[in-house]
Design a binder for this molecule. Structure first.
Ligand SMILES: Cc1cc2nc3c(=O)[nH]c(=O)nc-3n(C[C@H](O)[C@H](O)[C@H](O)COP(=O)(O)OP(=O)(O)OC[C@H]3O[C@@H](n4cnc5c(N)ncnc54)[C@H](O)[C@@H]3O)c2cc1C
Length: 226
């Protein structure tokens, strides 16, 4: 018997939705868009699958909560089950999607948004939902093409948008991992909230750094992509 989160996800009612668009925005990184049929809070996720033989996986919504379309951002895991299939979809193919849910919620308080890879998705939703004021975004990626949505992030956040590139160098990029960038910060704004989104390793490492620099654990919100 499935218990816990995976049991919960498998029992979610799924609605068949025609795909409006699948756009490759970087190598093997896609944005999928469908009609938005529900209200949601920026930061929430949906469970998604392409057919009922594959248990749904969770994806952060990356579109704004007043937009007509609902979009998710995903990268292809070659040895994965669902993401290679989603990357093959065509317009009007069916996607099965749950209602939005989740507790990783943005608000209008001052915060640092910290993301690795596709972990940028919920912050883009927060930004496009009007929550971008008083925010600093720190995004980590391996290569210079990992900074998804960088045009809109730069336009809104300007120098409050820090891109940390671990394997390549480029104009405007910090050359190193986002954890190194954080380690090098002397004074963190301890009265801010800190949102962390990405792999378990990244979230644990960043949380340890923040706590080591005096951030209260109650100010740290995490979304782990497993
Ligand atoms: C809250 C949440 C939000 C998320 N949001 C996003 C998002 O916005 N964008 C995004 O791209 N992803 C997101 N994810 C991750 C996403 O849900 C999927 O896990 C991801 O897309 C891979 O799915 P897949 O079916 O292709 O791979 P899977 O088949 O699930 O496999 C994933 C990896 O695990 C390995 N694996 C599978 N089974 C085992 C096993 N038994 N033992 C060891 N290794 C195994 C596979 O080889 C592969 O490398 C999120 C996850 C969570 C929990």
């Amino acid at each position: 018997m499935d218990t816990g989160l995976s049991g919960f996800i498998k029992k979610l009612p799924l609605q068949a939705q025609p795909l409006i668009r699948l756009k490759e925005i970087s190598s093997e990184v896609f944005v999928i868009s469908i009609n938005r049929n529900h209200d949601f809070l920026p930061g929430q996720v949906v469970a998604v699958t392409t057919d009922f033989s594959i248990p749904p996986r969770l994806y952060s919504i990356c579109s704004g909560n007043k937009e007509k379309e609902l979009s998710i951002l995903f990268n292809v895991k070659h040895d994965g089950t669902l993401s290679p299939k989603m990357a093959q979809l065509k317009k009007d193919d069916t996607l099965f999607v749950s209602f939005p849910f989740g507790a990783f919620l943005g608000d209008d308080k001052p915060a640092w948004w910290i993301a690795a890879g596709t972990g940028i998705a919920p912050y883009r939703s927060m930004l496009r939902s009007g929550l971008g004021n008083n925010k600093t975004l720190i995004h980590g990626g391996r290569t210079t093409d990992s900074f998804y949505f960088s045009d809109e992030m730069t336009a809104f956040l300007s120098d409050r948008y820090i891109r940390c590139c671990s394997q390549q160098s480029g104009e405007g990029l910090y050359n190193g991992r986002l954890t190194s960038w954080l380690q090098n910060q002397e004074d963190l704004p301890l009265d801010h909230l800190f949102y962390l989104c990405g792999s378990a390793e990244m979230v644990v490492e960043v949380r340890d750094i923040l706590i080591g620099k005096g951030v209260d654990i109650d100010r740290i919100m995490s979304e782990i992509y497993f």
